[in-house]
Design a protein around this ligand. Sequence first.
Ligand code: GLN
Length: 186
Amino acid sequence: QKKIGVLALQGAVREHIHQIEQLGHIAIPIKRVEQLNDIDGLVLPGGESTTMRRLLDEYDFTTSLRQSELPMYGTCAGLILLAKSVQDREDYHIGKLDIHVERNAFGRQIDSFETMLNVTGIDHQVEAIFIRAPIIKSVEQHVEVLSTVDDNIVAVKQGKYLGVSFHPELSNDLSMMKYFIEQTID
Ligand code: GLN
């Protein structure tokens, strides 16, 4: 049984907590920096990345998370927080994944959509809900691409960091969270 933290400043926190508990692990909403010392991995939820960044700064998380060695899993806005390079920004937020992302990249007409995805390492198609989702425009060589939609990269893994453009926590399929806990954490 692992202790998985969910950054609880903004966004879809409860859904991730629920998935962690359904898999039989301990879920901890993270609201203070000190709590990072007591978990095995951290989930960064979807929401709005610029708002989340403001709250990260306000609650003194930014430097601690940049320096942290914790395994991390980011969904949607959480993926943007993990990217080393974000379109139209000079700095990164937490900066763990060697990828370049563009926000809201699927365009207005297809603001939100749902599809079934093949994901490397998962033995069935995963229900993927995209909401003003980012696209991973490029990855460095050592980053593993796990899934694409029409040639757009939407899921990656780099060592102990996992990032997806969509919201696995909004579906009933636990396999992405299971993949994080079982295949990404040591
Ligand atoms: N568009 C949001 C952002 O740029 C992400 C959307 C989401 O997390 N569903 O932060």
